[in-house]
Design a binder for this molecule. Structure first.
Ligand SMILES: *[C@@H]1O[C@H](CO)[C@@H](O)[C@H](O)[C@H]1NC(C)=O
Length: 290
Protein backbone atom coordinates (compact mmCIF):
# COMPACT_ATOMS: atom_id res chain seq x y z
CA UNK A 1 0.00 0.00 0.00
CA UNK A 2 2.75 2.42 1.03
CA UNK A 3 4.67 1.62 -2.14
CA UNK A 4 1.64 2.41 -4.32
CA UNK A 5 1.16 5.74 -2.63
CA UNK A 6 4.80 6.63 -3.16
CA UNK A 7 4.55 5.55 -6.77
CA UNK A 8 1.60 7.88 -7.20
CA UNK A 9 3.32 10.80 -5.50
CA UNK A 10 6.40 10.51 -7.74
CA UNK A 11 4.11 10.63 -10.76
CA UNK A 12 2.32 13.84 -9.89
CA UNK A 13 3.37 15.34 -13.19
CA UNK A 14 1.59 12.72 -15.29
CA UNK A 15 -1.89 14.18 -14.89
CA UNK A 16 -0.52 17.60 -15.90
CA UNK A 17 1.00 16.18 -19.09
CA UNK A 18 -2.02 14.16 -20.08
CA UNK A 19 -4.64 16.72 -19.07
CA UNK A 20 -5.27 17.74 -22.63
CA UNK A 21 -6.08 14.27 -23.83
CA UNK A 22 -8.12 13.56 -20.72
CA UNK A 23 -9.98 16.79 -21.30
CA UNK A 24 -10.89 15.79 -24.84
CA UNK A 25 -11.70 12.24 -23.79
CA UNK A 26 -13.94 13.56 -21.03
CA UNK A 27 -15.99 15.62 -23.45
CA UNK A 28 -15.88 13.22 -26.41
CA UNK A 29 -17.31 10.49 -24.23
CA UNK A 30 -20.11 12.76 -23.08
CA UNK A 31 -20.91 13.75 -26.68
CA UNK A 32 -20.70 10.54 -28.64
CA UNK A 33 -17.68 11.74 -30.60
CA UNK A 34 -19.47 14.63 -32.36
CA UNK A 35 -16.56 16.94 -33.21
CA UNK A 36 -18.47 20.24 -33.32
CA UNK A 37 -20.16 19.42 -30.06
CA UNK A 38 -16.75 18.73 -28.53
CA UNK A 39 -15.67 22.17 -29.69
CA UNK A 40 -18.76 23.75 -28.20
CA UNK A 41 -17.79 22.45 -24.76
CA UNK A 42 -14.20 23.70 -24.75
CA UNK A 43 -13.52 25.86 -21.72
CA UNK A 44 -12.54 29.48 -22.46
CA UNK A 45 -12.59 31.22 -19.08
CA UNK A 46 -14.38 31.43 -15.77
CA UNK A 47 -14.67 34.09 -13.09
CA UNK A 48 -15.87 33.53 -9.52
CA UNK A 49 -16.82 35.96 -6.76
CA UNK A 50 -14.69 35.89 -3.62
CA UNK A 51 -17.72 35.82 -1.32
CA UNK A 52 -19.16 32.38 -0.65
CA UNK A 53 -22.70 31.42 0.26
CA UNK A 54 -23.60 28.97 3.01
CA UNK A 55 -24.68 25.44 2.08
CA UNK A 56 -28.45 24.93 2.48
CA UNK A 57 -29.05 28.68 2.49
CA UNK A 58 -31.95 30.42 0.77
CA UNK A 59 -29.48 31.65 -1.86
CA UNK A 60 -28.39 28.09 -2.66
CA UNK A 61 -32.00 27.01 -3.07
CA UNK A 62 -32.76 29.91 -5.41
CA UNK A 63 -29.55 29.34 -7.37
CA UNK A 64 -30.45 25.69 -7.87
CA UNK A 65 -33.88 26.59 -9.17
CA UNK A 66 -32.32 29.22 -11.44
CA UNK A 67 -29.91 26.64 -12.87
CA UNK A 68 -32.77 24.20 -13.41
CA UNK A 69 -34.69 26.92 -15.29
CA UNK A 70 -31.60 27.66 -17.37
CA UNK A 71 -31.33 24.02 -18.44
CA UNK A 72 -35.00 23.69 -19.34
CA UNK A 73 -35.09 27.04 -21.17
CA UNK A 74 -32.04 26.13 -23.28
CA UNK A 75 -33.99 23.46 -25.15
CA UNK A 76 -36.31 26.22 -26.43
CA UNK A 77 -34.26 29.41 -26.72
CA UNK A 78 -30.60 30.23 -27.32
CA UNK A 79 -30.73 33.11 -24.81
CA UNK A 80 -32.68 33.96 -21.68
CA UNK A 81 -32.50 35.91 -18.42
CA UNK A 82 -33.74 34.98 -14.98
CA UNK A 83 -34.44 36.67 -11.66
CA UNK A 84 -35.38 34.64 -8.61
CA UNK A 85 -36.29 35.97 -5.17
CA UNK A 86 -36.26 39.67 -6.16
CA UNK A 87 -39.87 40.31 -5.17
CA UNK A 88 -40.57 42.91 -2.48
CA UNK A 89 -41.91 40.27 -0.06
CA UNK A 90 -38.94 37.90 -0.29
CA UNK A 91 -35.76 38.16 1.84
CA UNK A 92 -33.06 40.04 -0.13
CA UNK A 93 -30.27 37.61 0.83
CA UNK A 94 -31.78 34.99 -1.48
CA UNK A 95 -31.95 37.07 -4.66
CA UNK A 96 -30.15 35.69 -7.70
CA UNK A 97 -30.01 36.96 -11.30
CA UNK A 98 -28.85 34.88 -14.21
CA UNK A 99 -28.35 34.79 -17.94
CA UNK A 100 -27.26 32.32 -20.55
CA UNK A 101 -26.34 32.90 -24.18
CA UNK A 102 -25.42 30.40 -26.86
CA UNK A 103 -23.20 31.27 -29.79
CA UNK A 104 -25.36 32.59 -32.62
CA UNK A 105 -24.65 29.75 -35.05
CA UNK A 106 -25.43 26.88 -32.67
CA UNK A 107 -28.49 24.74 -33.32
CA UNK A 108 -30.87 24.54 -30.38
CA UNK A 109 -29.88 20.94 -29.63
CA UNK A 110 -26.19 21.90 -29.42
CA UNK A 111 -27.05 25.01 -27.42
CA UNK A 112 -28.91 22.87 -24.95
CA UNK A 113 -26.02 20.40 -24.63
CA UNK A 114 -23.55 23.21 -24.16
CA UNK A 115 -25.66 24.84 -21.45
CA UNK A 116 -26.12 21.51 -19.69
CA UNK A 117 -22.35 21.18 -19.63
CA UNK A 118 -21.93 24.76 -18.37
CA UNK A 119 -24.45 24.17 -15.58
CA UNK A 120 -22.61 20.99 -14.60
CA UNK A 121 -19.25 22.77 -14.53
CA UNK A 122 -20.06 26.12 -12.94
CA UNK A 123 -20.43 24.69 -9.43
CA UNK A 124 -17.14 22.79 -9.78
CA UNK A 125 -15.23 25.77 -11.09
CA UNK A 126 -16.79 28.28 -8.65
CA UNK A 127 -17.91 26.30 -5.59
CA UNK A 128 -20.33 28.20 -3.30
CA UNK A 129 -19.68 31.47 -5.15
CA UNK A 130 -22.22 34.28 -4.87
CA UNK A 131 -21.47 35.14 -8.48
CA UNK A 132 -19.92 33.19 -11.33
CA UNK A 133 -19.43 33.42 -15.07
CA UNK A 134 -18.38 30.57 -17.33
CA UNK A 135 -17.55 30.94 -21.01
CA UNK A 136 -17.34 27.79 -23.09
CA UNK A 137 -16.60 27.73 -26.80
CA UNK A 138 -20.31 27.53 -27.65
CA UNK A 139 -22.11 29.13 -24.75
CA UNK A 140 -21.95 31.45 -21.76
CA UNK A 141 -23.55 31.23 -18.32
CA UNK A 142 -23.51 33.78 -15.52
CA UNK A 143 -25.33 34.34 -12.25
CA UNK A 144 -24.95 37.09 -9.65
CA UNK A 145 -26.39 38.19 -6.33
CA UNK A 146 -26.77 41.71 -7.76
CA UNK A 147 -28.73 42.70 -10.84
CA UNK A 148 -26.34 42.86 -13.83
CA UNK A 149 -28.98 42.33 -16.51
CA UNK A 150 -29.28 44.86 -19.31
CA UNK A 151 -26.16 46.77 -18.23
CA UNK A 152 -23.27 47.46 -20.58
CA UNK A 153 -19.96 46.07 -19.26
CA UNK A 154 -16.81 46.41 -21.36
CA UNK A 155 -14.39 45.19 -18.68
CA UNK A 156 -11.79 42.77 -20.06
CA UNK A 157 -12.49 39.17 -19.00
CA UNK A 158 -10.17 37.14 -21.20
CA UNK A 159 -7.85 37.49 -24.17
CA UNK A 160 -5.79 35.10 -26.23
CA UNK A 161 -3.38 36.13 -28.97
CA UNK A 162 -1.58 33.70 -31.25
CA UNK A 163 1.92 34.23 -32.59
CA UNK A 164 2.46 37.26 -34.78
CA UNK A 165 2.30 37.51 -38.54
CA UNK A 166 5.15 39.52 -40.06
CA UNK A 167 5.18 41.54 -43.26
CA UNK A 168 1.99 40.12 -44.71
CA UNK A 169 0.21 43.19 -46.07
CA UNK A 170 -2.58 41.10 -47.59
CA UNK A 171 -3.30 39.42 -44.25
CA UNK A 172 -3.55 42.72 -42.38
CA UNK A 173 -5.78 44.23 -45.05
CA UNK A 174 -8.14 41.24 -44.87
CA UNK A 175 -8.07 41.22 -41.08
CA UNK A 176 -8.93 44.92 -40.92
CA UNK A 177 -11.83 44.30 -43.32
CA UNK A 178 -13.19 41.63 -40.99
CA UNK A 179 -12.67 43.75 -37.88
CA UNK A 180 -14.38 46.72 -39.51
CA UNK A 181 -17.38 44.56 -40.38
CA UNK A 182 -17.89 42.83 -37.01
CA UNK A 183 -19.25 45.84 -35.03
CA UNK A 184 -22.22 46.00 -37.42
CA UNK A 185 -23.51 42.79 -35.80
CA UNK A 186 -26.97 42.86 -34.35
CA UNK A 187 -26.45 40.18 -31.74
CA UNK A 188 -24.18 37.81 -33.67
CA UNK A 189 -22.19 38.15 -36.87
CA UNK A 190 -19.77 36.01 -38.88
CA UNK A 191 -17.52 37.82 -41.32
CA UNK A 192 -14.78 36.83 -43.73
CA UNK A 193 -12.41 38.44 -46.17
CA UNK A 194 -10.08 36.31 -48.23
CA UNK A 195 -8.34 33.93 -45.86
CA UNK A 196 -9.40 35.74 -42.69
CA UNK A 197 -12.56 34.84 -40.83
CA UNK A 198 -14.08 36.10 -37.62
CA UNK A 199 -17.20 36.44 -35.59
CA UNK A 200 -18.53 38.62 -32.81
CA UNK A 201 -21.44 38.49 -30.44
CA UNK A 202 -23.19 40.54 -27.79
CA UNK A 203 -25.10 39.03 -24.92
CA UNK A 204 -28.81 39.21 -25.61
CA UNK A 205 -29.58 41.62 -22.77
CA UNK A 206 -27.83 44.59 -24.43
CA UNK A 207 -29.78 47.19 -26.41
CA UNK A 208 -28.63 47.51 -30.02
CA UNK A 209 -26.88 50.81 -29.17
CA UNK A 210 -24.99 49.20 -26.25
CA UNK A 211 -24.18 46.15 -28.39
CA UNK A 212 -22.72 48.35 -31.06
CA UNK A 213 -20.55 50.29 -28.59
CA UNK A 214 -19.43 47.05 -26.91
CA UNK A 215 -18.37 45.60 -30.28
CA UNK A 216 -16.54 48.77 -31.30
CA UNK A 217 -14.70 48.59 -27.98
CA UNK A 218 -13.81 44.90 -28.29
CA UNK A 219 -12.51 45.26 -31.85
CA UNK A 220 -10.32 48.18 -30.70
CA UNK A 221 -8.99 46.04 -27.83
CA UNK A 222 -8.31 43.14 -30.23
CA UNK A 223 -6.00 45.41 -32.20
CA UNK A 224 -4.35 46.99 -29.15
CA UNK A 225 -3.90 43.80 -27.13
CA UNK A 226 -3.11 41.35 -29.91
CA UNK A 227 -1.35 43.61 -32.42
CA UNK A 228 -0.38 41.48 -35.37
CA UNK A 229 -1.56 38.06 -34.16
CA UNK A 230 -2.60 35.50 -36.80
CA UNK A 231 -5.54 34.63 -34.56
CA UNK A 232 -6.97 36.42 -31.59
CA UNK A 233 -9.95 36.54 -29.29
CA UNK A 234 -11.03 39.08 -26.70
CA UNK A 235 -13.94 38.67 -24.28
CA UNK A 236 -15.44 41.66 -22.49
CA UNK A 237 -18.20 41.59 -19.88
CA UNK A 238 -21.03 41.70 -22.42
CA UNK A 239 -19.52 40.93 -25.84
CA UNK A 240 -16.63 39.24 -27.58
CA UNK A 241 -14.89 39.09 -30.94
CA UNK A 242 -12.39 36.71 -32.53
CA UNK A 243 -10.68 36.29 -35.86
CA UNK A 244 -8.25 33.82 -37.38
CA UNK A 245 -6.38 33.22 -40.59
CA UNK A 246 -7.97 30.36 -42.47
CA UNK A 247 -6.76 26.98 -41.29
CA UNK A 248 -5.05 28.52 -38.30
CA UNK A 249 -7.69 27.46 -35.82
CA UNK A 250 -7.88 23.73 -35.90
CA UNK A 251 -9.39 23.07 -32.51
CA UNK A 252 -9.47 19.33 -33.00
CA UNK A 253 -5.66 19.29 -32.90
CA UNK A 254 -4.87 22.58 -31.18
CA UNK A 255 -3.97 21.10 -27.84
CA UNK A 256 -2.02 24.13 -26.65
CA UNK A 257 -5.27 26.07 -26.72
CA UNK A 258 -6.77 23.82 -24.10
CA UNK A 259 -3.64 23.95 -21.99
CA UNK A 260 -3.88 27.72 -21.93
CA UNK A 261 -7.53 28.15 -21.29
CA UNK A 262 -8.74 24.91 -19.77
CA UNK A 263 -6.62 25.10 -16.64
CA UNK A 264 -9.35 25.27 -14.05
CA UNK A 265 -11.52 22.55 -15.49
CA UNK A 266 -8.46 20.54 -16.50
CA UNK A 267 -7.21 20.63 -12.91
CA UNK A 268 -10.54 19.27 -11.73
CA UNK A 269 -10.47 16.57 -14.40
CA UNK A 270 -6.83 15.91 -13.46
CA UNK A 271 -7.71 15.47 -9.79
CA UNK A 272 -10.49 13.02 -10.74
CA UNK A 273 -8.05 11.19 -13.03
CA UNK A 274 -5.49 11.18 -10.22
CA UNK A 275 -8.00 9.60 -7.87
CA UNK A 276 -8.87 7.03 -10.54
CA UNK A 277 -5.17 6.16 -10.95
CA UNK A 278 -4.84 5.87 -7.19
CA UNK A 279 -7.84 3.53 -7.01
CA UNK A 280 -6.41 1.38 -9.81
CA UNK A 281 -3.01 1.28 -8.09
CA UNK A 282 -4.61 0.40 -4.77
CA UNK A 283 -6.69 -2.37 -6.31
CA UNK A 284 -3.65 -3.79 -8.12
CA UNK A 285 -1.69 -3.59 -4.87
CA UNK A 286 -4.44 -5.29 -2.87
CA UNK A 287 -4.86 -8.04 -5.51
CA UNK A 288 -1.11 -8.63 -5.35
CA UNK A 289 -1.31 -9.00 -1.57
CA UNK A 290 -4.21 -11.55 -1.76
C1 LIG B 1 -36.81 41.22 -10.79
O1 LIG B 1 -35.72 41.47 -11.67
C2 LIG B 1 -36.05 41.46 -13.05
C3 LIG B 1 -34.76 41.60 -13.84
O2 LIG B 1 -34.06 42.75 -13.54
C4 LIG B 1 -37.04 42.57 -13.33
O3 LIG B 1 -37.41 42.55 -14.70
C5 LIG B 1 -38.27 42.38 -12.46
O4 LIG B 1 -39.14 43.45 -12.63
C6 LIG B 1 -37.85 42.30 -10.99
N1 LIG B 1 -39.03 42.00 -10.17
C7 LIG B 1 -39.37 42.73 -9.10
C8 LIG B 1 -40.58 42.32 -8.39
O5 LIG B 1 -38.68 43.66 -8.71
Amino acid sequence: MLRSLQLYSTHKTIPALSLTSLFFLFFSLSNHGCIYCVRAHIFIYAGCSQEKYQPNSLFEGNLNSLLASVVSSSSEATYNTFAIGNGTSTPPEGVVYGLYQCRGDLKIIDCSRCIQSAVNQIGLVCPYSYGAALQLEGCYLRYEHIDFLGQLDTGLRYKKCSKSVNNDVEFFRRRDDVLADLPTAIGFKVSSSGSVQGYAQCLGDLSSADCSSCLTDVVGKLKILCGSAAAAEVYLGKCYARYWASGYYDFSSDSSNVDDVGKTVAIIVGVIAGLAILIVLLSVCCKAMD
